[in-house]
Design a protein around this ligand. Sequence first.
Ligand SMILES: NC(=O)c1ccc[n+]([C@@H]2O[C@H](COP(=O)([O-])OP(=O)(O)OC[C@H]3O[C@@H](n4cnc5c(N)ncnc54)[C@H](O)[C@@H]3O)[C@@H](O)[C@H]2O)c1
Length: 352
Amino acid sequence: MKSINVGVIGTGSISAMHLQSYQKHANANLLAVCDLNEERARLAAEKYGATKVFTDYRELLADPEIDAVSICTWNNTHAEISIAALNAGKHVLVEKPLCRTVEEALRVQEAVKSSGKLLQVGFVRRYDPNAQMLRDFADKGEFGEIYFAKASSIRRLGNPGGWFSDIERSGGGPLIDIGVHVIDLCWYMMGRPKPVAVSANTYRKLGNRSNVRNLSFYKAADYDAEKNTVEDMANAMIRFENGASLLVDVSFTLHAKDNQQSVKLYGDKGGFEIDPEVVIVTEKHDTIINIQPQTDHKGFDFNSAFQSEVNHFIASIENGTQPLSPVEDGVEIMKILCGIYESAEKGAEVLL
Ligand SMILES: NC(=O)c1ccc[n+]([C@@H]2O[C@H](COP(=O)([O-])OP(=O)(O)OC[C@H]3O[C@@H](n4cnc5c(N)ncnc54)[C@H](O)[C@@H]3O)[C@@H](O)[C@H]2O)c1
């Protein structure tokens, strides 16, 4: 089978996961990289064996040898680069969030339709082996009707600075950056019910706390603590058409005792937790039991999840099949995220 020639656009922090996964894939050929920062692009090309280096993504997209691209740039460029790539006849794997607004998301969806090319949204948590195992359990009726989910992604200190904290380039703070992962994971596990209403709050109380000493945290490739125009924390209640609900809280900074990462779902036949560790809860013979599935992966396995995401992207291209995280899901998640910001702004519930 002809190998798939790939270009990676944006060679900052997360691109390493894409680059290493393509490099390890037997039928993907990492051909090109692109970054506004030429030195960064050149280093990535050397490390991962790409032969072409660009600083303008339009030149990469004009290269007829390239079949597919990963987009690992700032959020404000996702829609523009995705649409240009699709129109240039390339398949697209775009990092989360799909973009910043519902309007942008709908334009990307339109370009997917008109181009006939494939677009996979980088909802990497779906591709985690444990998530796939639990999705399979859910499909087989193990949990019955999942009617409530609760997720936290609390960083006590973790505003990555740079573009992440510049609302123009990011579209928002912890909600759109890390909240998107757990909201999508819960929604996917619940069977993707239609969201109908959101009630939410955002807070800007603590700033980025770049003054704090003795604790390290994740930083953008171009870290800069000067500008911070995003929320510190957000909480939300999302209501679905089938009566199910999702409660979520996320932060870049909060006076919390420690970081908290938890994803819990509850059905009428059983419940389960994905983070921080997989456990299934059910009742048998009038007794409540916690079941610990035995797998190679104790918690969320970053490397395996990215490798599966890339493997799935290449397989979807080869087989002409719809990806597990199609553009339509990216649009729905943008509706939820933007609904949360709107509700917080209005101080009232918002109907979606
Ligand atoms: N899936 C995950 O778990 C995960 C984790 C972190 C980040 N992300 C996402 O990945 C994307 C990148 O995040 P990051 O942490 O790597 O940021 P980063 O700041 O480390 O890297 C971004 C890179 O994109 C480059 N860039 C920006 N605009 C460009 C353009 N128009 N053309 C070419 N290059 C451009 C920048 O120069 C920079 O090198 C974001 O959308 C973020 O939400 C996903």
